[in-house]
Design a protein around this ligand. Structure first.
Ligand SMILES: [Zn+2]
Length: 479
């Protein structure tokens, strides 16, 4: 029997606000444990939450980019459960009336268009963090850092529309790119600001009813997501093929062992005893506010990619690479605006610039070579002032010394010799010094041409314009 996998993802994304969801504490990552906390976010009796307006704006921006319907009235609820990293004993989330529903994300995977529906996008607060190691008595004790408690999150829940592990990884990757592009999330999965849980089941191909699903938690890289799903799909198929059944449960990905392991039986919604949060009124956002946020949303990656192809004339491949991030796309566009031909700009950005930035671990937004200066270098190549290979050396110096291409070329006398009398003079000297080669060429042994070009270039200390040398040498030999 042939089986197919059915996958839905739940993605938690921390919003890039300066302060927490319901108090003024900082959301900065990496502070000393329990220094960004107050009576609200550690849940002292009587402390009252106040909603962060910027967090709501960010949630709406993300929802609109995912094509969701944003609801003018949504409600916060208490999700009750007991865990050491949750000091209040409940998490403030949204349950029956989330801020947004019914979106869709389209992306291509393996060259095919995929369309995954977004069930809902809701706001909630993050929990604290249990620290299991790093302390002298960590073998006996667990510590808790509440700095993360109360940091604003959006949870994005997809419909079970995904059918393979690579598609799921691609979906997560596209979603991350969009959230980072929008400026609502930093995309940092290592620090946990973007996390993914996957619901996966299998069923005989052609069967409409869904199989029993397992939830795999905390998949914090695209690779782990893909590997965990591949493992889990195989595990479930094997189980069913042997006549067994899948148990509804929560599982964890053990990256070292390369397998998922059972963590606990899966809670049902009623286990959380959801009820409306009595300390917060319903969230009201009017149509005008939604329209304002929509108008301020930056052009999305797919639209920009199309524009790069249609108006800049870039190949789709280049446009795809240049719209991997907003800062990269902004940089490319600025180079073109400064006068560089789009394809030359793209080649430099994806080639030399990408290489040197990666080597120095520098983000393109803080590149020491500004878009205007890169355009200046490209102009020198386009005008024939320097050759393409000389330009690479100039570029290295621009990166290291913060000077313009013009200044480096002038200071180091790098400009190509393009002057006809000057090159012709060099050619005459070379031909006079190598009468045998000249005779051979004229006798039909054209392979000596390359030898003579080499001699002329050497006589010009490598600075002659090679195209001009070729042209003038040919003319001289055939005269
Ligand atoms: Zn606080």
């Amino acid at each position: 029997m042939e089986f197919e996998a059915v996958i839905g993802l739940e993605i938690h994304a921390q919003l890039l606000t300066a302060s927490k969801m319901f108090c003024g504490c900082s959301t900065a990552f990496g502070a000393e444990p329990n220094t960004h906390i107050c009576s609200v976010c550690i849940g002292l009796p009587g402390a009252l939450p106040v909603l962060n307006r910027a967090a709501v704006d960010f949630a709406i921006r993300a929802a609109l980019a995912l094509g969701c319907t944003v609801h003018e009235r949504s409600i916060f609820a208490r999700k009750n459960y007991f865990y050491p990293d949750l000091p209040k004993g409940y998490q403030i989330s949204q349950y029956e009336a989330p801020i947004a529903t019914d979106g869709v994300l389209e992306f291509s995977s393996g060259g095919e268009l995929r369309r995954v529906r977004i069930t809902r996008l809701h706001m909630e607060e993050d929990a604290g963090k249990s620290l299991h190691d790093g302390f002298v008595d960590s073998d006996r004790k667990t510590y808790v850092d509440y700095n993360r408690g109360g940091v604003p999150l959006i949870e994005i829940v997809s419909e079970p529309d995904l059918r393979s592990a690579p598609d799921a990884a691609e979906f997560f990757s596209r979603l991350r790119a969009i959230l980072v592009w929008l400026g609502v999330n930093d995309g940092n999965m290592e620090e946990g600001s973007l996390r993914c849980d996957a619901n996966v089941s299998v069923r005989p191909r052609g069967q409409a009813a869904l199989g029993t699903k397992a939830e795999v938690k905390n998949l914090n890289s695209f690779r782990f997501l893909q590997k965990a799903l591949e493992y889990e799909i195989d595990r479930q198929i094997e189980l069913l093929a042997e006549g067994g059944r899948v148990v509804q449960e929560t599982r964890l990905w053990d990256a070292a062992a390369g397998r998922t392991i059972s963590m606990r039986s899966k809670e049902a919604a009623h286990d959380y005893r959801y009820f409306p949060e009595p300390d917060l009124p319903p969230v009201l956002v009017d149509a005008e506010r939604i329209a304002r946020i929509r108008a301020a949303t930056p052009e999305l990656p797919d639209a920009r990619r199309r524009r790069f192809v249609e108006t800049l004339g870039l190949p789709d491949y280049d446009a795809g690479l240049l719209t991997q991030s907003r800062s990269l796309a902004d940089y490319a566009e600025a180079v073109v605006q400064a006068g560089a031909p789009a394809k030359a700009a793209s080649n430099w950005i994806m080639g030399e610039l990408a290489r040197i930035l990666k080597e120095h671990r520098v983000d393109i937004a803080s590149s020491p070579v500004s878009p205007e200066r890169l355009a200046g270098l490209i102009a020198l190549v386009e005008q024939g002032t320097i050759s393409g290979s000389m330009a690479k050396g100039v570029f290295e110096k621009m990166y290291a010394t913060n000077r313009t291409a013009d200044a480096i070329v002038a200071a180091e006398g790098l400009a190509q010799i393009d002057d006809e009398p000057q090159i012709s003079g060099l050619i005459a000297r070379v031909l006079a010094a190598h009468p045998d080669a000249v005779a051979q060429y004229r006798g039909g042994k054209t392979a000596t041409f390359g030898f003579l070009v080499g001699k002329v270039m050497k006589a010009a200390a490598g600075k002659a314009n090679p195209a001009r040398v070729n042209e003038l040498l040919k003319r001289a030999l055939e005269a």
